[in-house]
Design a protein around this ligand. Structure first.
Ligand SMILES: *Cc1c(COP(=O)(O)O)cnc(C)c1O
Length: 481
């Protein structure tokens, strides 16, 4: 079929909308069927080379029918796709499992194709509304500011940029950080996420001025060491300006003591930025919120919605207490005075932005916050269950305390050296990943190789954790023989 038969002349719209709508419905139907049965699929398998070669084709210069294109998509992409983080047995890294309402909302966002720069558009009002909800949930004042981002890396960059500019003063826009009389110093723990290092690079702070503070036996930042480091830098004429606290470290899910850190920050006039990528969401559960208390003490709070709020990628958020400081960091030379109300583009790096807030708005309304709180609690309960089963199993060893939803453990049945155990446990993880039924990832805890299970997956059932324990023990016994 020629393109002029399918598409309106000089247009991308179809000639026959009714046929197009029918096919659209079929696509949605097939997609939800895939999601519905995701637990029956093999979680992950390596892509075979024959298949990979098929993806190398020359640029499609001429049109094809949508049916043909969809068939190619279905058989070449959807069918061979590994469900990975959609699967109930997936606990690798920190990955969200999405949700079906989010899928529909994403589709509608794309259909409306709203550019959420700012101004009087429904899409902006929706984003403002959802930001307001998160301020309420995290006990931020309603006049504080915020913006949705592509993820928590970007949210961290924005928070730290505001912190830097506050400390440096307005001349920073003219002179950069080259001409500051004192070097800016940022503090965070050795358990921080790598996006903090990236932000330090991008903001020109320099890794030499990133103080990596040791942690205690709970993997929380050592308050004593933090205070000492700040005092020493002050004595040496440097300018301590910010502490990045972790609420849910990526390795073990540890939560820094926000109340104590906030006190230190207040005394020394430092900005408190909280990286709460997934951990902050524990505040949605009444039973868990005390474990992450003090979020409202943050000057800026970064968190993700595509991890522990189970929204489709990618959406994160940053809230900033001092709206004026936030605005000054990102509005380009008083543009915000021209349009009377500040625009979203005055609160972040990007100008053009998609309608990220719709999937958040729809999911929060349709499921309700209480339901999200219960799912988060279920994940935490599963982590606690796994940890308990590990502790009572003579072959297994827990390698870190479980603060929230992350369990780090290893097979340690025989009296083997750490080095041998590291190899053995790595082999266990690789085998499990290849088998495609459950999928932990890995990390090092005090130089010991850990099987790491991060539960941000409402589809997981207790039986999946039982299977993991059984299989780890079996594999460990067999390999150590
Ligand atoms: C995932 C994560 C980030 C980065 O978030 P992205 O959404 O992947 O950009 C930052 N901090 C922590 C603790 C994380 O787990």
């Amino acid at each position: 079929m020629k393109d002029q038969d399918v598409w309106k002349e000089g247009s991308l719209d179809p000639k026959d909308w009714s046929n197009f709508k029918e096919l659209g419905q079929k696509m949605l139907h097939d997609l939800f069927e895939y999601v519905e049965n995701v637990g029956d699929k093999r979680l992950w398998k390596p892509l075979d080379n024959k298949k990979l070669n098929q993806y190398q084709m020359s640029v499609p210069m001429d049109s094809q029918t949508l049916e043909q294109c969809y068939n190619d998509f279905y058989y070449d992409i959807l069918e061979p796709n590994s469900p990975m983080n959609l699967h109930p047995g997936f606990w690798g890294w920190v990955m969200g499992c999405g949700n079906p309402i989010g899928v529909l909302a994403e589709m509608i966002s794309a259909g409306l194709n709203s550019n959420v720069i700012g101004g009087h558009q429904i899409s902006c009002k929706v984003e403002e509304q959802v930001l307001q909800w998160f301020k309420e949930l995290f006990r931020f004042p309603s006049e504080s500011s915020g913006i949705f981002t592509s993820g928590c890396s970007m949210a961290n960059i924005i928070g730290l940029a505001v912190a830097r500019n506050q400390a440096a003063g307005q001349m920073i826009k003219l002179l950069g950080i080259q001409n500051l009389p004192n070097k800016l110093v940022l503090y965070t723990s050795k358990e921080r996420h790598s996006s903090i290092d990236k932000a330090v690079d991008l903001l020109g702070i320099g890794r030499k001025n990133l103080r990596i503070i040791p942690t205690d036996d709970q993997f929380k930042i050592s308050i004593e060491a933090l205070e000492e480091a700040i005092a020493e830098d002050l004595q040496n004429g440097l300018l301590p300006f910010c502490v990045v606290a972790n609420v849910g470290t990526v390795n073990t899910g540890a939560v820094d003591d926000l109340e104590q850190i906030s006190e230190i920050c207040n005394k020394a006039n430092l900005w408190l930025h909280v990286d709460g990528a997934f951990g902050a969401l524990a505040a949605l559960s009444d039973e868990l919120k005390d474990r992450v208390r003090g979020l409202h003490l943050a000057d800026s709070l970064a968190f993700d919605l595509h991890k522990w709020m189970y929204l489709p990628y990618g959406v994160g958020c940053v809230l900033v207490q001092n709206r004026q400081a936030h605005l000054e960091a990102f509005s380009s030379d008083g543009d915000y005075i021209v349009h009377k109300e500040a625009w979203f583009s005055d609160f972040g790096v990007e100008l053009s932005r998609g309608f990220l807030a719709l999937k958040v708005w729809m999911s929060l309304k349709a499921y309700g916050v209480r339901h999200f709180g219960q799912l988060i609690k279920k994940d935490v309960d599963h982590a606690a269950y796994l940890a308990k089963r590990v502790e009572i199993n003579a072959h297994l060893e827990l390698l870190a305390p479980v603060s929230l939803n992350i369990v780090c453990f290893r097979y340690a049945g025989k009296s083997l050296s750490d080095e041998k155990l590291n190899q053995l446990n790595k082999q266990i993880v690789m085998t499990l990943q290849l088998e495609g039924k459950v999928f932990p990832s890995e990390t090092l805890i005090n130089n010991r190789y850990a099987i790491r299970v991060a539960v941000t997956n409402y589809r997981s059932q207790t039986e999946h954790f039982d299977y993991l324990l059984e299989r780890v023990t079996e594999l460990g016994n067999r390999i150590s023989k």
